[in-house]
Ligand binder design. Structure first.
Ligand code: HEC
Length: 151
């Protein structure tokens, strides 16, 4: 199962990278993707408080399947991350995996497990911020979209 998922993801990444720029013009900035994650985290939490498992499941799946930033944004973030790309990707992968587990727990209406995975997710989000946010933010502002050539 997780092999299939990993293979699917790899295929998606390859497909996304192979796409011409025009069709990746989702124009999602890295920041807007992050803001979406924060919204979905809040939705999960609010749903768990009222045991609305359907919403918790849906929001957790949205975290697991969050949109990718545009190709230009991905390049920029990865160049800011430098030689720690695998660490960065690993942290991203952990968030995906935990979000899947949270979705499973919510789907099974297992409140205790869902709360545990929610807590783990918060920790994992913040771990990446502690490790990378300053680095990416300063590099991103130096290379802000305003300074980037038209795509
Ligand atoms: C792989 C690393 C990584 C993971 C995992 C990660 N983030 Fe982030 N996040 C970042 C970086 C880097 C920034 C700073 C981006 C910038 O300043 O341009 C950021 C910024 C943010 C911001 C601020 C956006 C803004 O408007 O400036 C929010 C909110 C956020 N993340 C939420 C989350 C949530 C919620 C999760 C977990 C579900 C999460 N992040 C997981 C790397 C990560």
């Amino acid at each position: 199962m997780s092999h299939t998922r990993a293979a699917t993801r790899t295929a998606l990444v390859v497909a996304a990278l192979a796409m011409p720029l025009a069709s990746t013009a989702s124009a999602d900035t890295f920041q807007s993707v992050m803001q979406g994650l924060a919204k979905d985290m809040n939705r999960v939490q609010s749903a768990l408080f009222i045991e609305d498992f359907a919403t918790a499941t849906e929001a957790a799946e949205a975290i697991a399947d969050h949109p990718k930033p545009s190709l230009g944004e991905r390049r920029r973030v990865l160049s800011a991350v430098g030689n720690r790309v695998s660490e960065f990707r690993g942290m991203d992968q952990q968030v995906h995996d935990t979000a899947e587990q949270l979705a499973d727990a919510a789907r099974e209406q297992d409140l205790d497990r869902a709360i545990r995975y929610h807590g783990r997710l918060v920790t994992e989000c913040i771990a990446c911020h502690s490790a990378f946010r300053d680095k990416v933010s300063s590099d991103l502002s130096r290379l802000s979209p305003d300074n980037a050539p038209e795509r």
